[in-house]
Design a protein around this ligand. Structure first.
Ligand code: CO
Length: 136
């Protein structure tokens, strides 16, 4: 069954944001820079799921633009799928719009795509492949 893999939250400063979460008992398990997305990511495990704090490494990155337009806040919801290729084919056939056409590789080496918010009621939805996540 699909589950929420993580919630992506855009922040201006990872360390400052992580301080609040530490008061809630959530600690950073790792920090990774995803160069092609222009973002630094801190993972905070929360049970079966996790909070993913996203700090832009350059202002012209997707998260940089998001901060300019909307300020800090919830950026995306990530759901697991078992077979990402099949899920993408199903979504395309239904006319859904993806942010990028190709499957990307991100934090922890997992494979992912983003569904465009115009396709999903204003929510940026990330689909993460489950089996690769287990290896990460
Ligand atoms: Co994410």
């Amino acid at each position: 069954m699909p589950r929420i893999d993580h919630l992506g939250i855009a922040v201006r400063d990872l360390r400052a944001a992580a301080k609040l979460y530490s008061l809630l008992g959530l600690a950073i398990s790792g920090i990774e820079e995803i160069a092609h997305e222009g973002v630094r990511v801190a993972m905070l495990p929360a049970g079966e799921s996790r909070i993913e704090l996203l700090e832009p490494t350059r202002p012209d990155s997707p998260v940089g633009h998001f901060l300019d337009r909307r300020g800090e806040g919830l950026h995306h919801v990530a759901l697991t799928v078992e077979d990402l290729g099949a899920a993408v084919a199903r979504l395309r056939a239904a006319g859904a719009r993806l942010v990028k056409d190709e499957i990307q590789t991100g934090a922890g080496g997992h494979r992912y795509v983003f569904l465009h918010p115009s396709t999903a009621g204003g929510v940026l939805i990330e689909l993460v492949e489950k089996e690769n996540e287990a290896k990460a």
